[in-house]
Ligand binder design. Sequence first.
Ligand SMILES: Cc1cc2nc3c(=O)[nH]c(=O)nc-3n(C[C@H](O)[C@H](O)[C@H](O)COP(=O)(O)OP(=O)(O)OC[C@H]3O[C@@H](n4cnc5c(N)ncnc54)[C@H](O)[C@@H]3O)c2cc1C
Length: 381
Amino acid sequence: MLQAKEYVKPSSLEEAYQLCKRRSSVVVGGMMWLKMENIQKQTIIDLSGLGLVGIEEDEEQFRIGAMTTLRMLETHPGLNREFDGIFRECTRHIVGVQFRNGATVGGSIYGRFGFSDILTCLMALDSYVELYHGGVMPLARFAAIPRSITERNILVRILIKKDGRRAAYRTVRRASTDFPLLACCVAKVDGQWQISMGARPKKAETAVISGEAALGQMDLGEAVRKQMDPGEAALGQTDPGEAVRKQMDPGQAALKQADPEQTDPDSAESRMEQEAERIAREGAKAFSYGSNLRGSGAYRQVLAEILIRRLVRQIQGYETDGARETGAGTENALGQREAAAGSENVGEQRGAGIRAEYGGGQEGAATGAEYGGGWKEGDRR
Ligand SMILES: Cc1cc2nc3c(=O)[nH]c(=O)nc-3n(C[C@H](O)[C@H](O)[C@H](O)COP(=O)(O)OP(=O)(O)OC[C@H]3O[C@@H](n4cnc5c(N)ncnc54)[C@H](O)[C@@H]3O)c2cc1C
């Protein structure tokens, strides 16, 4: 349990910052994580009086206050419209609605948890953190700083630039609402694929894979438009996957779905599929993977390739998003590859501390044993 002698609700960021510089104080967001910590502090600093709740949108960017809840991210129409529903997808597995109404974006990002869906999702976008002391820096740079050496600071806002990227997000979980076994977000911008991989079980990192090699410098959308009739191409708004499907008669389309081998290897559809496979292969290799109670590093790497390929296909317009699948469906679909990768007997490792599994940004190390020891999978559901 988190215990403190004094509770302060500052009326300015400067006051909060001066208080937070003391090692004996702790900043609280929604306190959903902190309340499970076994730490004693002199002062709790509550940021809820500083107007840091809310999501502002203008033509260039979104500005998300640090005290904005995960539920607000999940249900924000502008964010989900701009980024293809990834905020709905990256939050919906986190415990439950009541919990998401309490947990904050600031706590999720400042914590830099290895398992974080939020960090993984934001890292695939053009995201920045605004710190009270230190100004604005790219989220990827902030995330890479080990929590242990971070200056005590206040996270004020997250900024996300609107650069027209398409994005898709998916995780694999052993049970719905469990921590992710692997989390992946893929975004496409200017012909490049930006991949963010979290819960490896290390915290999220990104890799950028060029989308041009397989098509000889030709953009995929461009390749498809070249196959379309001039009227349709002129519209320029058609989704590439949709365009290819429109070219097939229904029987042909059904056949191609039933037997992918029948696909003309030179068709735009087939080239997009090859492109997805290449990006998945290269993307999965770009990260390192570790083992914990949820799965081995080898298993994660196999899953990473599958997730990336599916997300690329989703952005290309060929796969539905994860929200339309049940968790069990996803597990089944992954089952074959799991068997091939030799899933470990994870049961023996259960009960090990989540702190030890994921590392990342937690307060005092002493609390790890208590949290891990007292925690059983399923307690949270
Ligand atoms: C049981 C449980 C299950 C969870 N499952 C998942 C999951 O599946 N996926 C997922 O992504 N997340 C999960 N989380 C994490 C959760 O989503 C939040 O990230 C977490 O609760 C932290 O948010 P908070 O608002 O509660 O922060 P707090 O607990 O209040 O703070 C967390 C840390 O951030 C610091 N902090 C908070 N706000 C600021 C700020 N503005 N400036 C500087 N420092 C700040 C605090 O000092 C503390 O160190 C889970 C958490 C719990 C407790």
